[in-house]
Design a protein around this ligand. Structure first.
Ligand code: NZQ
Ligand code: ZN
Length: 382
């Protein structure tokens, strides 16, 4: 275990916290409020933000789409530069927050913004960013990561920099009341896989990281079981906090991390428009079966500590089946059933994209080669 750790995002959690943005954003700063397709106008969040910012000078940029595109975001970058914006407030889910992170970084860069995703520009400075979270899923509200799509080439790439980690995040679970079921379930699945990516690797001596990861997984199992009775404050608060903790950096400190499910899943989203959470449920069981020997010990640990299974020779296999059942209990598919064209051609295109994006050795052991990705896709695509 060796790491440096700082997570400075101030979190305001609970009802009526949106008003706190008035104090968190310095009064003299010119603010660009960034949001998505308009859900915040229907559920009262926009109104609460406008009221809180009554004494600030602010502009807005709307229309950031799910799986935000650089094409849209570059228009926001232009606004930020032309209007000398000094602070960015993202109001939305992972897409809006990730998009705002890109805008915050690209606004301080004179080159082509996509360089940030290609890694040819390393982000060391960005406009300060605050967040009002409306969808618990990604953890983006207090982490340093961002995933951006280039629609023109179906590329969905990732960048990370401490400079774009939000200064504050407002997490009022009441905002979840307007979430469509599909998005709520996407959030449960995404948070689940975030924990798995940092936990189902190989045994470590990291008792705290393992123990906390198991607690988060057990919380998500409870929330999934309670799903039919989800309309209450405790359920919403628990999901919002669990999803945040799943990817705020803590459980991944000093331990091996996988992320292959995400890398392959991102290609499914880019090419076939599958929601992020759902892309993960399609890839993960196939990937775990493909990597069963490398992950056997950790899957056995999960079987006992998370699912409460008895010891057996096929405990790892049973743990994967439990994971699959978890998705099925939420009516989430674990194979890609709807796509256009021949299965073999679909797989070939995904593998080509993985190759083009340099995803040649994925996973905690860099053992998932393109051949393994192909085998995984053979299982994952119906
Ligand atoms: O655009 P609006 O109108 O706001 O509607 C959104 C969108 O259509 C809607 N929504 C959000 N909050 C709502 C609401 N509808 C009603 N009531 C509310 N309170 O939900 C839809 C989906 O929103 P989106 O932000 O796309 O969802 P999510 O939070 O799941 O974010 C997914 C994106 O995050 C990336 C994914 O790749 C994907 O692009 N990820 C980011 C990560 C990170 N930064 O650390 C890690 C993740 O693994 C993930 O890759
Ligand atoms: Zn994710």
């Amino acid at each position: 275990m060796e790491f440096s750790y700082l997570n400075p995002t101030q979190i305001h959690f609970g009802k009526n916290q949106i008003q706190s943005i008035a104090q968190d954003i310095p009064r003299e700063k010119k603010v660009l409020v960034i949001y998505g397709g308009g859900s915040i106008k229907k559920n009262g969040v926009y109104q609460q933000v406008s009221t809180a910012l009554a004494n600030h000078h602010w502009l807005e940029f709307s229309g950031v789409e799910a799986n935000p595109t650089v094409e849209t975001l570059d228009r926001a970058v232009a606004v930020a530069k032309q209007q000398n914006v000094q602070y960015i407030l993202a109001v939305g889910g992972g897409s809006v927050i990730d998009g705002a992170k890109y805008v915050a970084a690209a606004a301080m860069y004179s080159g082509v913004g996509w360089d940030i995703l290609l890694g040819t520009h390393a982000v060391s400075q960005a406009l300060p960013l605050g967040v009002v979270l409306t969808l618990p899923a990604t953890g983006s509200e207090s982490n340093a990561g961002s995933v951006i799509t280039k629609a023109a080439s179906n590329q969905k790439l990732f960048f990370s920099s401490p400079a774009v980690r939000p200064k504050f995040a407002v997490m009022d679970p009441d905002v979840m009341k307007s979430l469509p079921e599909q998005q709520l379930i996407n959030g449960i699945v995404d948070a689940w896989v975030h924990v798995c990516e940092q936990y189902i690797t190989r045994p470590t001596a990291a008792l705290v990281q393992d123990g906390y990861a198991e607690t988060l997984l057990k919380s998500l199992i409870i929330l999934a079981k309670q799903y039919p009775d989800r309309d209450n404050d405790a359920w919403r608060a628990n999901l919002m906090w669990t999803a945040n903790q799943a990817l705020n950096g803590l459980i991944g400190l000093g331990v091996p991390q996988d992320w292959a499910t995400h890398m392959i899943g991102h290609e499914l989203t880019a090419l076939h428009g599958v929601d992020h959470g759902r892309s993960l449920a399609i890839i993960q069981p196939a990937l775990l079966r493909n990597q069963l020997e490398a992950k056997r010990e950790k899957l056995e640990q999960m079987g006992i500590n998370v699912f409460g299974l008895p010891k057996s020779v096929d405990l790892a296999e049973k743990a994967v089946s439990e994971i699959e059942s978890f998705y099925h209990s939420l009516n989430v598919a674990t194979t890609l059933n709807q796509y256009q064209g021949e299965k073999s051609a679909v797989i070939a295109t995904i593998v080509e994209q993985l190759q083009a994006h340099g995803r040649l050795e994925l996973g905690e052991n860099q053992a998932i080669t393109l051949l393994h990705s192909q085998q995984i896709l053979e299982r994952a695509i119906a």
